[in-house]
Design a protein around this ligand. Structure first.
Ligand SMILES: Nc1nc2c(ncn2[C@@H]2O[C@H](COP(=O)(O)OP(=O)(O)OP(=O)(O)O)[C@@H](O)[C@H]2O)c(=O)[nH]1
Ligand SMILES: [Mg+2]
Length: 236
């Protein structure tokens, strides 16, 4: 069992490294959205695409066991999307994402959102070549989830608390949820949004802009290092 698992993870990591290289080559910010089913990943993506209003190229890879519902919802906004059905699989893997990128194509300096299969367990273990995992937790799920599913919150750079419009009807404790997440991952960023009302979306768009700038700065640094190496080789 251990040997098979090591083989699967090693293969996945190889594909993930290839994806990461391709994404870096086009200056693409790739984010892997992970959450339990129904936390609002697709709703947040639709609201985000509207908030970005064509300001930069966006593409979406949708992962679900069955149906093309989510890709259809994204395509209705005018943004290219491809649906990957994992069948009995409970997560996307880097090989699937590589094929999806082949079909989608990548536009320079844009954002690729990868909506993973809804569950808080399996997607934590699989690197897809993304820049960061973003965990979406809706306020109806309970503030204890970061403690119960620690791998997911440890692997994520950002936790988005979604459906804040429902807070008046709930006893969800935002501060306790943030403390639980930071017990697992002291450096995790936390944002509060409502995909329904648009509350907090500006902070999320700012977070995206900052991560995109970091990706571009890294691409420039890599290109400059290549030029420096070529100059050195040419004896300049
Ligand atoms: N009140 C409220 N409802 C929301 C919000 N975001 C999403 N929903 C609702 O939550 C339900 C699930 O939303 P989806 O966007 O399909 O969730 P998802 O995470 O993509 O679901 P899966 O892809 O099936 O895992 C839908 O009925 C949405 O209308 C929100 O901010 N507030
Ligand atoms: Mg969805």
């Amino acid at each position: 069992m251990i040997e098979i698992e090591q083989n699967i993870m090693a293969k996945n990591d190889g594909y993930a490294a290839r994806n990461r290289q391709r994404l870096q080559g086009t200056g693409t910010l790739a984010l892997n959205l992970v959450s339990s089913p129904g936390s609002g990943k697709t709703s947040l993506l639709v609201a985000t695409i509207r908030a970005l209003a064509g300001r930069l190229p966006v593409a979406v890879i949708e992962g679900d066991q069955q149906t093309s519902n989510d890709a259809d919802r994204i395509r209705a906004t005018g943004v290219p999307a491809i649906q990957v059905n994992t069948g009995k699989g409970c997560h996307l893997d880097a090989h699937m994402v590589g094929h999806a990128i082949d079909h989608l194509g990548l536009t320079d300096n844009g954002i690729l959102f990868i909506e993973n299969v809804g569950n808080l367990v399996c997607p934590a273990a699989f690197d897809l070549g993304e820049e960061a995992k973003v965990a979406i937790l809706s306020v109806t799920e309970g503030e204890d989830k970061p403690l119960k599913y620690p791998d997911m919150f440890a692997a994520s750079s950002l936790m988005i608390l979604n459906k804040t419009d429902l807070l008046p009807h709930l006893d969800f404790d935002m501060a306790a949820c943030a403390a639980n997440a930071r017990r697992i991952n002291p450096t995790i960023d936390i944002l509060h949004v409502s995909a329904r009302t648009g509350e907090g979306l500006a902070d999320w768009v700012e977070w995206l802009d900052n991560r995109r700038k970091a990706v571009l700065a890294r691409s420039i640094a890599v290109a400059e290092a290549q030029v420096a190496r070529l100059r050195l080789a040419a004896g300049e």
